[in-house]
Design a protein around this ligand. Sequence first.
Ligand code: BZD
Length: 809
Amino acid sequence: MLEQKINATLMEALIDEEISRYWNTEPHSASTTQVYRALSTVIRDLLLKKRNTFLKQFTKNQQKKVYYLCMEFLTGKSLRNNLYNLKIEQEVSEALKKYNVSLEELYSIEKDPGLGNGGLGRLAACFMDSLATGNFPAVGFSLKYEFGLFKQKIIDGWQTELPDDWLTTSDVWLIPRTEERVIVKFDGKIREEWTDKGLKIHHDYPTQIEAVPYDMMISGYDSKGVSLLRLWESRSLNSIDMNLFSQGDYLRALAEDSLGEAISKVLYPSDNHYEGKILRLKQQYFLVSASAQNIVKVHYGKYNTLDNFSQKNAIHINDTHPALVIPELMRIFMDDYNYSWDEAWKMVVDSVSYTNHTVLSEALETFEDNIIKVKIPRIHMIIAEIDRRFMDEAAHNLGDRNKALKMSIFGYGKINMANLCIRGSHCVNGVADLHTEILKKTIFKDFNEYTPGKIINVTNGITHRRWVNQANPLLKDLLTDILGEEYYLNPEKLNLLKKYKNDQSVLTKLDEIKHQNKKRVAEHVSRQNHINIDVDSIFDIQAKRLHEYKRQLLNAMRIISLIIDINEGNIADIVPETFIFAAKAAPGYFRAKEIIQLIFALSDYINKNTFVKKYINVVFLENYSVSLAELIIPAGEISEQISLAGKEASGTGNMKFMINGALTIGTCDGANVEIIKEVGEENFFLFGLRDHEVESIWNHGYSSIQYYQKNLKLRKIIDFLNKGINGKSFESISKYLLGGSAVGDPYMCFADFDSYMEIHRKASHLYYSDKMKWNQMSLMNIGSAGIFSSDRTVREYAEKIWGLTPVNK
Ligand code: BZD
């Protein structure tokens, strides 16, 4: 079917067939949802065929594959992406005329699968796209959460969470593979027996959970490649207690069932904050055990030996969440396939690699030693043995046991997952230059000295095909007119755009495109928030998870300062600005919710105050998701990337805004540093303390009060918060900023405030005094963004870490 060129007539026939097969109805009377499901099923089956052809090819070549293990894949919607990547949007659009429905309508029906929190999960999804496009054999493994990241609803300014039932429409993309289910075992006791063949492990497993795979295909663009995303669903094996059932105790009979099912019920909604909860541990072990069993089985089925395991399989752990794959592979190799410790260990280390995404101490995962011992005793035993051998070896090599102990996996009754990952991987990477350097100097210092060269950098990237070509079709058209289609597969070619930096007609077109995209957002804001925003004002956007270190509060402080100036009549420097925020806070993160409340209150205040509203406006857009990002990022003129230096590992939103022509107001943090290097400081609004300055001030005892006392604007902001906004006091935020029992303003908004105000003045002055210069800077940003494509990122992983080659090369 795929070999046949898809045209509108063939497409119609395929859709008709699905409609009559599923609903036994005439095509013209099918509902929009039925057409959506029928079309998606057709595309899914096309992809399945395409994947099978691809699979045959790399299987025949006996090529190495990468398995990417991640607790999150924030894929975004599938239909548009797959049609785009298969290059059949036109044909499908034509075919849909028969059903009286447009592609846009069908796109809007699909629910956005929220199988991730933020940057980490979205990165994994971009990688799947780029791997398929680059014809790399790749499988992603994750969980089929019944409920993805909660839907955010703001009620009276306060974030509330609603369940995300993404499966009600997106289930069409999943292919159940019940025949490939495996069993994951928990709890129980271990007995060791010495036989003439060595140590034999006996294990009883009272809790056995079935892992049932569901496959999602992700097509590459204009390539043979299709990535497979395999999502595990948990099901209780002892699904129903027939004894209880026959005694009429139906609820208790089913209780067992729900325990098993709970594992893949819901995504943990915290980013950059670990929770040492048992359910989270179970999710992690469930993912790695099911995946490792699957990987080993496929390998053994093909080669009839595991001796060449690490030559043929690269296993990547995305952050420490899948760390337990290291002991799990050891368990399988030793207990199920009788390899010795040393043989098994070599196979594990040679195949496993690990990416770190944070240096924040509250995000570094540790689990209670005891929890692991009780829930997965054999795994605990293996971790203990990994550590024992490591400590002996390191103490011997370093001649100092205390030094070795600093790298131990065990400490203070906890298991340090990062230390397990570093020990069990042949390569560890950070996600931006600065982040990797910080890793080497701080949390992984001892490891870096012990095994120099093991920690490397691979800077993050984004798929420009989704984030420009699909999300910003007007910009795509312009770029295609100027550069041709080559940049679709060679994003470095965007560089050629720079030749047009003095071309008035190109600059004007860029300006018009931005304006159209701003109008799209204004319509959305009017529908959703019932607020009219001025499309001629500068659009300043901060869209990302709500976190203290990302400093949405610094942005809010500036807004308050502008309100105060306007109210006092100090309007000489004031220009029209529209501030757009979108952010979800972890449900238990009180401070983050309070900051949302503050932003909401500011929005409310301004929209009730016609005088202030003449100049500035603030909107908070609910329920930030991939789809909302696709709408708002193309409209961004200022991209707020204002984390405290040294805290944001990389950022990827910064890259998405840049490639859509926004100018960044940013600190020297994460990948901002590399963005500046590419685009030049003259095309970036840099402000704030550098990471070493942050460290030095912090080490000398940061005191926000000192800044407060010296700075009238800060004092007025605090007064404003204390006085309250529309009758709601924000004293607790002012206390947080000034300190008391804890250090005030822990993310140093006060220290960076003046510099932030100043850079904004510079930016907005330029916007209103020399729009062509602004557009020129915007063009330079687009032209410099090619290097931040995830095509480049996955190529680097393939070469430097996985030893992977594309099919047919
Ligand atoms: O990963 C983010 C970092 O904060 C960003 O700087 C970076 O760009 C991206 C991609 O590398 N980290 C996360 O998104 N982390 C999480 O979402 C997360 C989720 C669960 C538990 C811990 C962290």
